[in-house]
Structure formats: C-alpha cells, structure tokens
Design a protein around this ligand. Structure first.
Ligand SMILES: [Zn+2]
Length: 304
C-alpha cells in the first residue's frame, strides 16, 4: 500500500470536494492535519473520509416557505435587504426535484393567534413585559424584555397563525410525495427560530429524531429567512453533528447586517454555503463541500 503523504492527501481531498473549492483552502486544511496528526495517521484521515462518503444519507430541510414570509404580513421582501422570496422559487423547486434525498422536510412556523412574538399581544395578561417596555408604544421589530416568561423577544406583526392562509406553504413551492412536515413556534409563550428546538432550548421538535431514524448524516437546508430561521436551523443541525450546507440561492434574508452575521456563524461551525448547482453536484456526483471534510475529521479524529 502506498504511503499517504501531504501531497497524496491533498490530491485525494481535491478529488472528492466540489470543483469550486479554492486550492488554497484545501492546502490550509492539509497543513492543519499535518500539524495535528502524526504522518503514520494520514491514511486514517483518508479512510475516515472514504467511510463517510460510502454512508452518505442526505436530507433536505426547506425552512418556513410560507405565504406570510413570501407575500403576506411578514414578507421578507419588505426587509431592509429587499430580497424577494418569489425570485428564488424556481431554483428552490429545482433543488427539491433532485434525486437522492433520503427525506425532504418542510418546516412551518405554526403560531397560536396570541403568540408571544406578535407586537399587538405583547401586553396580554398571560405575560408580563418589563416595566420599561410596558410604557412604550410597541411596533414590529422592537426588541423587548418580558419578566414573565423571562425572555428577550423581537416583536413581529401577527404571522403564520396556524391553519390560516398565511401559515400555508406558498402554492408555487413543490411538495414532494412522502414529504415530512415539522411545525414550530406552536407554544403561546415561547418562540422558535430553529426547526430543531424552541428558542429557550427546553423543548425539542421531532426533527432530530426523524433524521436519526433514517440515519441521516448530511443536511442541505434553505428557505426563509436566511439570517433567522435558516441560520438557527443550520446551526443546530451542525451542533447535533449533521454535515450541513445552506443553499443561498434558494433562500432570502431580511437584513444585510444579519446575513453577514449568519455567514460568520456558518464559517465558525463548518457549515458550507453553496448554490443550487453545487447541491446538484453533491447529490449526483458525491462531490462534497470542504467544510464537510473539516467537520468529519473534527468529529471522528478530533482534528480541529
Ligand atoms: Zn414566527
């Protein structure tokens, strides 16, 4: 058997990553491996990546592509970044139509009519605003503090009230046969940005157990809003150990500043940001993002 060297490892990694990967980034990763790993362990790095590629089970998670976020009461298009969700639906449908996803999951914001995130319910008797916020005239996007339950909350117009038009998935979005649906934000007094858990982290949705039951190890995600619910869903997926990619041209974000922050969080958590055509390469040619290699060797070999 040939001895694994930094050069042979570099060419192996180059052969399995997306063709858009910068050679410098591959070089950087191999240098890190060289620093952290004895030369006789180089071959283990290759085997670990090969094992992972043999057992790749990918789920697609489409986040909150609902009427209210597209052209309803909380349309992303009205946000400061002026991104139009309707403009990404053609590429979203191409993504959804790709063969090979083991599961396709649609998350849905699914609020009761008096949800804690609605500004016109902030002074309801079942919740207590801080004294300072009680005196304010509240409007959408104000950030307030509740004494009970103790939480900070961004306020929004009423949106995605369960069983209404606003909460329905947009008509133009393709729904596959055997689709799975995950409702979030269903409790009155706690919001839920991530598809995996409430914002207080105390209550999990069924999403993780659904993925585990199908032995999913890779997650491709996209949707609305890139900088809020997609970001939190992707971050939780990565923290739970799923190799994660966000598809930017199948997503729309609210504000440029938050989009920048989201990109930072993705970079810190080995979450790749790819295009729909790169997702096609992941699904059809098993070419994977370099971030997934970093995540695999970090999880399996402790090379961080
Ligand atoms: Zn909501």
């Amino acid at each position: 058997m040939a001895v694994e060297t930094p050069d042979s490892l570099t060419s192996f990694i180059s052969s399995v990553v997306l063709p858009s990967t910068a050679p410098n980034d591959i070089q950087g990763l191999v240098s890190k491996i060289e620093k952290k790993c004895a030369p006789e362990l180089f071959s283990r790095v290759r085997f670990t990546i090969e094992d992972f590629l043999r057992e790749l089970h990918i789920a697609l998670i489409v986040v909150d592509f609902q009427n209210d976020f597209v052209n309803g009461s909380l349309s992303i298009l009205n946000g400061p970044a002026r991104q139009d969700p309707q403009a990404v639906i053609p590429s979203l449908n191409k993504l959804i139509s790709l063969d090979g996803f083991k599961m396709v999951i649609y998350t849905m914001d699914w609020h009761p009519p008096n949800h804690i995130s609605f500004y016109d319910h902030a002074k309801d008797s079942d919740r207590v605003l801080s004294a300072q916020d009680q005196k304010r005239h509240l409007k959408a996007f104000d950030v307030v503090r509740f004494e009970s339950p103790p939480t900070e909350q961004v306020l929004y117009p009423s949106h995605c009230v369960k069983n209404t038009w606003g909460a329905a998935l947009h008509d133009d979005v393709k729904i596959v046969e055997n689709a799975f649906f995950v409702e979030k934000g269903t409790d009155v007094l706690v919001d839920s940005y991530s598809g995996f858990a409430n914002n207080d982290g105390l209550k999990k949705s069924k999403l993780e157990s659904m993925l585990r039951s199908e032995r999913i190890n890779g997650v491709i995600t996209c949707g609305l809003a890139y900088d809020i619910c997609v970001m939190y869903t992707a971050r939780d997926a990565a923290k739970l150990g799923f190799l994660t990619t966000v598809i930017k041209d199948c997503s729309s974000g609210l504000s440029d500043e938050k989009i920048e922050e989201a990109n930072q969080i993705f970079a810190e958590n080995n979450i790749a940001v790819n295009t729909e055509s790169e997702a096609e390469l992941i699904m059809t040619s098993k070419k994977i993002p370099l971030e997934w290699i970093s995540a695999v060797i970090s999880q399996k070999l402790g090379i961080k």
